[in-house]
Design a binder for this molecule. Structure first.
Ligand SMILES: Cc1cc2nc3c(=O)[nH]c(=O)nc-3n(C[C@H](O)[C@H](O)[C@H](O)COP(=O)(O)OP(=O)(O)OC[C@H]3O[C@@H](n4cnc5c(N)ncnc54)[C@H](O)[C@@H]3O)c2cc1C
Length: 443
């Protein structure tokens, strides 16, 4: 008799390890590559076309738990029974596709898209949000419950809460209310042993680690409990159109791709959007817009003014774009001349925007260089670090040294504590990816 397939073995395992009340649905949540729905399920939340090609490694199975209990049994089966590498997938916006791609060995994906419930309690000033809810859904649900409440998080409406909050989460309320993680008061996580832990049972160190230590290292985030913050009913925005000041009339508007003579994004910022009313805000230049808070979320997401708030509920399935994005933190303000020089260099590069990764404005010398060095010194993510990151993609999964190359530079002084937590909660390094926190070498 032929050996049972991975699909059969996994299904059997899930049935054995899922509590009886949730067993009936098990066969509906496991998608083998031969399943006619597999391509749709896979492509729904791939957000980057770079990882949606015929040569992109594909998961052997996709598991789509509707209940936390299925997350527990999936982890038990993948770690101890089958065993097989697991990837954790919430919103799918990882820049390197590491929530659904693994280059090293067969893998399965835990696709959490069914776990996206949001419970808003304005009286208690808190929200319980499951991992796969999007930021857009979160903003909308909060707005629907109270027009002067919100949550400080990022500007991409389809970004998933699971990956976003795990890695910090910054947005336009950063200066006033901090990062998303500064407003997290509890969490539920499925650990490597199939247990579900909350803040109290996971302990202070793990609770700290899952608020900025990055997704995919410590367990499966099931939900975060977060504080609501106050926002004014009216937000005032100013539009600054940098492109119009450049020569040749070269410009592009939001949403257009780079190419030909297309150069710069219509640059926008909220001036005094928080904390000041429209009448007291002093905007010096550009067009001014008054919006409700929720409209400003849409505006930042490049929707035109007047877009219905319900648009935030659109999970925008099966929509991919080619994306390569790297960030650096500017520690000294770049003057206008520096910005203009950068825009002009971007025009020069045109379609070949990959070169933009190494653009540098040289502080004080008013010149642009393309030498793959960050302008902000050692405390930020430098291009050299990013190259290390790429190298780390070939890592031996148990190698502390390789994980350290990226980790030390990215997490700075927090790295050693993160490694300590990781070693305590997942000593066999089951939850791993190319950027995850490594475990200490075994003695
Ligand atoms: C268009 C766009 C806009 C963005 N805007 C902002 C912004 O304004 N501010 C900002 O701070 N960041 C922003 N980001 C970055 C974004 O926050 C991160 O890429 C984030 O990790 C994406 O989360 P996700 O759940 O959508 O992604 P996923 O691809 O699903 O996950 C990202 C990582 O987290 C892990 N992970 C996901 N879910 C879980 C879970 N439940 N438990 C454990 N690990 C998990 C994955 O395995 C993967 O390693 C943006 C990214 C994009 C592509």
């Amino acid at each position: 008799m032929a050996n049972p397939s991975l699909y059969d073995r996994f299904l059997e395992c899930l049935k054995t390890h899922t509590n009886p009340s949730n067993q009936s649905s098990v066969s509906d949540i496991v998608f083998a590559q031969s399943n006619v729905s597999y391509p749709t399920v896979l492509e729904n939340y791939i957000r980057n076309a770079r990882f949606n090609t015929s040569s992109t490694p594909k998961p052997s199975l996709i598991i789509t738990p509707p209940h936390e209990a299925h997350v527990q049994s999936t982890v038990i089966c993948a770690k101890s029974v089958i065993p097989i590498q697991i990837k954790i997938w919430s919103g799918g916006h990882d820049y390197d596709g590491i929530s659904y791609v693994f280059n090293h060995q067969p893998f399965i994906v835990l696709d959490l898209f069914n776990l996206r419930n949001i419970t808003v309690d304005v009286q208690k000033n808190l929200v319980v949000v499951q991992a796969s809810a999007t930021l857009g859904e979160l903003y909308y649900k909060i707005w629907n419950n109270g027009k002067t409440h919100s949550f400080p998080a990022g500007v991409g409406p389809t970004v998933g809460v699971g990956g976003h909050v795990s890695s910090g989460g910054y947005g336009i309320m950063l200066q006033r209310y901090g990062l998303s993680v500064d407003n997290v008061i509890d969490a539920r996580i499925g650990d490597v042993n199939g247990r579900i832990l909350d803040k109290e049972s996971m302990g202070e160190d793990l609770f700290w680690a899952i608020k900025g230590g990055g997704g995919g290292s410590f367990g499966v985030i099931l939900s975060y409990t977060v504080k609501l913050v106050e926002v004014p009913e009216v937000a005032l925005h100013e539009a600054v159109d940098v492109a119009s000041e450049l020569d040749d009339g070269k410009r592009f508007q939001n949403g257009e791709s780079f190419g030909g003579d297309v150069v710069s994004r219509r640059f926008r910022r909220a001036r005094d959007a928080i904390g000041e009313t429209a009448s007291s805000a002093r905007a010096k230049e550009g067009e001014l817009y008054e919006t409700t808070w929720v409209e400003s979320v849409l505006w930042w997401a490049n929707y035109p003014l007047g877009t219905k708030p319900e648009t935030l509920l659109d999970r925008n399935l099966n929509s991919t774009d080619f994306l390569k994005r790297k960030s650096d933190y500017v520690q000294n303000p770049i003057p206008r001349s520096g910005l203009e020089g950068l825009w002009k260099k971007m025009i020069e590069f045109g379609e070949n925007m990959v070169s933009f990764q190494s653009l540098r404005w040289e502080n004080g010398r008013d010149s642009i260089r393309c030498d793959a060095v960050s302008s902000s010194g050692g405390e930020s993510v430098q291009d050299s670090v990013l190259r290390d990151m790429a190298r780390a993609r070939n890592f031996d999964e148990n190698s502390y040294e390789e994980g350290e190359v990226y980790g030390l530079k990215y997490f700075n002084d927090n790295f050693e504590r993160l490694v300590k937590v990781k070693t305590e909660v997942d000593s066999e390094n089951f939850f791993r990816n190319e950027q995850s926190i490594p475990v200490l070498p075994r003695k």
